[in-house]
Ligand binder design. Structure first.
Ligand code: SF4
Length: 240
């Protein structure tokens, strides 16, 4: 794993998903097989495989403080092309520092992660008037998860983290993107611990080799998930 500390010129970027996005790291230690964010390699000149490099934007909090005073208040997504709570966050605490600042200005925030490290910041989440904390989960099967996301935290730890957040009155959600084999087994696991589910049929052709090697079928039609979640009283929006 190659880790570099870098200083960047901006941290609050326009987003097509929410108003703004903050990516505190370039690269992601989880290195999921299907990850579309590997296109970042082209822009950053990294030759290491995806998952084997991370640049840490060490000046992110100071930039954020400046940019919050200049830009129009809007919803901030953390993050689009990295996991904000990947293991390096325990050392660098970039997202934690950003959240401390955002909580003072009370900008609305949407967090998306696969990591239970997010629980560390529960006391900060409680200071926001609008914050959603979500987990990416594409299947209920640990063995399928291990094939597609071998370096990411187990599903059981994500479910437990959701349970803890929800029981502390934090608004929680799950992003199913991509829907992986055995996604149906995920549905009952989310009962009573999420406020909503989003399903996005993203392009995940990078993982073609996983499907081929293990003889798995793709989940081509995700529309049925919406009805399935309704059975468990979980609002579900298919956003693709
Ligand atoms: S956790 Fe998210 S950003 Fe990181 S490698 Fe996996 S899909 Fe990509």
């Amino acid at each position: 794993m190659v880790t570099r500390e870098i200083r960047v010129k901006g941290i609050l970027s326009k987003s097509k998903v929410y108003d703004w996005v903050i990516n505190p790291y370039v690269g992601c230690q989880y290195g999921c097989t299907y990850c579309y964010a590997r296109f970042m390699k082209r822009f950053t000149g990294h030759s290491e495989p995806w998952g084997q490099f991370v640049d840490v934007k060490v000046n992110a909090p100071e930039l954020l403080l400046k940019e919050l005073r200049q830009k129009q208040k809007g919803e901030i997504w953390m993050s689009g092309v990295c996991d904000p709570y990947q293991p390096l966050e325990e050392k660098y605490q970039i997202i934690k520092s950003c959240l401390e600042i955002l909580s003072q200005y009370d900008w609305p925030v949407v967090i998306q992660t696969k990591s239970p490290i997010v629980l560390r910041d529960l006391p900060i989440f409680k200071r926001f008037s609008h914050i959603d904390v979500g987990f990416s989960i594409g299947t209920g099967s640990e063995s399928i998860r291990e094939l597609f996301e071998p370096n990411a935290p187990p599903i059981s730890s994500r479910i437990e983290a959701l349970r803890m957040l929800h029981s502390n009155d934090i608004r929680t959600y799950v992003m199913v993107a991509p829907a992986l084999p055995e996604v149906v087994s995920l549905v009952p696991l989310l009962r009573g611990i999420v406020d909503y589910v989003l399903v996005d049929k993203m392009n995940y052709h990078y993982a073609d080799w996983v499907f081929k090697r293990y003889g798995l079928n793709r989940v081509e039609d995700v529309a049925f998930l919406s009805d399935l979640f309704k059975v468990y009283d979980i609002p579900c929006e298919v956003v693709c």
